[in-house]
Design a protein around this ligand. Sequence first.
Ligand SMILES: Nc1nc2c(c(=O)[nH]1)N[C@H]1C(S)=C(S)[C@@H](COP(=O)(O)O)O[C@H]1N2
Ligand SMILES: [Mo]
Length: 198
Amino acid sequence: MADSRLPPGQYIPRGLPVIHYGRVPPFRPDTWDFRVSGATASGQEHSFTWDDFARLPRTSVTADFHCVTKFTIMDQEWRGVSPAAILEAAPPAPGVRHVMIWAEYGYSANLRRSDFTAPGTLLATELGDEPLTAEHGAPVRIIVPHLYAWKSVKWVRAIEYLTEDRRGFWEERGYHNVADPWREQRYSYQEEPGEGPP
Ligand SMILES: Nc1nc2c(c(=O)[nH]1)N[C@H]1C(S)=C(S)[C@@H](COP(=O)(O)O)O[C@H]1N2
Ligand SMILES: [Mo]
């Protein structure tokens, strides 16, 4: 039953939309890196080359994708690296409750640690058995299917461990800090106490 899988206010469009702010960045495997910074257990930043990243354990997720502009894409099959593998390779300090996902050109989105480690969340490198295309976020994007898709950051380059919550790009511009589509958490004025940084 498709309807029970469609959050309130959403519809199913034709085709697969491409949406982002700004330009599509080029991918240069020789200079690309993936950093884990902020409150790491060691106090040091971790850096992965493309080869390092490609050697991390891989898994897949099938999920629906809900954009706040109201389209929903059903049953996308993603493959990539589980956030658990990142937490293991680059352990966070005790106290880390939030993360900031950073993309090329400074786009960012914040997640609660529990959303980062949720079973559907994935650092995806493939969609439907094909490597991600540039416009859909190659080489790595995060997929957080249980939240509005502005948090599914394309072209991810870094994860910053946070001991206190901080707003990302759209969360600073009037969008909801949590962004649960089932509760229609679209805008920041809907936030209840405790759902955003003080
Ligand atoms: N780096 C980056 N990631 C981003 C965005 C962006 O502007 N920059 N837009 C987000 C929004 S609003 C949506 S709906 C999805 C769209 O993903 P798609 O283009 O693969 O359909 O990407 C998200 N990830
Ligand atoms: Mo979106």
